[in-house]
Design a protein around this ligand. Structure first.
Ligand code: B16
Ligand code: MG
Length: 213
């Protein structure tokens, strides 16, 4: 175990409420039914796939690729406005301290996120410097459960998959980690997923897995 690769949303920060508000605004404008239960299906899923899930409730004529791109842009603009309100206080002291201890113990740290806004979020919460590499929605062509985002993170760090441990809150993310032949830690929603090699309730439990505490 030489490196940890962290999913961002649902592990380090919690932006589901912003995703929800932004999609809801777009859905309401389009007259599409959307609620928190549907929103839960968007966790860890790419922006384009999220839109397809929301459009399951759309009753109008099929939409062109151009129109779909416009809807995604509309959602992303609202979402980024909401992200601007984030500050360092949106990351817990436990998360910050745990990352620091892992780094000081010699582990390499990376982000493996489906989000194209990952760097922007990390800047807002003042965590950009905490990671040695960032693999995100901008450097992948296939989203989780495809292993690409984590394989790229391992490559950026210069570590082999078998030496990397992924920390994820989404089932699709655990599946992606296993497909990358990496160990997987389930937290939050994924703490009940039987494919996770480790299941934790609190972020700081990673120190035990790393053999530090
Ligand atoms: P964006 P993660 C994922 O982040 C979110 O969980 C998911 O809800 C979102 O649709 C996806 O990023 C794409 O985000 O629209 O910002 O590119 O959990 O992989 O860190
Ligand atoms: Mg996530």
């Amino acid at each position: 175990m030489k490196a940890f690769i962290f999913d961002l949303d649902g592990v380090i920060v919690f932006t589901d409420k912003f995703h929800y508000q932004a999609w809801k605004k777009m859905a309401d404008r389009m007259g599409i039914y959307f609620d928190e239960t549907i929103n839960n299906r968007l966790r860890g899923v790419s922006r384009a796939e999220s839109l397809e899930i929301i459009l399951e409730k759309y009753e109008g004529e099929p939409l062109s690729a151009e129109k779909k791109a416009e809807l995604m842009e509309e959602k992303n603009n609202t979402y980024r406005e909401l992200l601007k309100t984030m500050t360092a206080a949106d990351v817990t002291d436990q998360v910050r301290a745990t990352l620091k201890k892992l780094h000081e113990a010699g582990f390499k740290l990376a982000i493996g996120s489906s989000s194209k806004n990952a760097k922007f979020i990390l800047e807002k919460v003042e965590l950009l410097d905490a990671f040695d590499a960032i693999s995100d929605g901008n450097n992948i062509t296939h989203s989780k459960p495809d292993p690409e985002v984590f394989l790229k993170a391992g490559e950026f760090l210069g570590e082999k998959p078998e030496d990397c441990v992924v920390v994820e809150d989404a089932y699709a993310g655990i599946d992606a980690a296993k497909a990358a032949e990496m160990e997987a830690v389930g937290i939050g929603d994924a703490s009940g997923y039987n494919k996770a090699d480790y299941k934790i309730q609190k972020f700081e439990e990673l120190l035990k897995i790393a053999g530090i505490e």
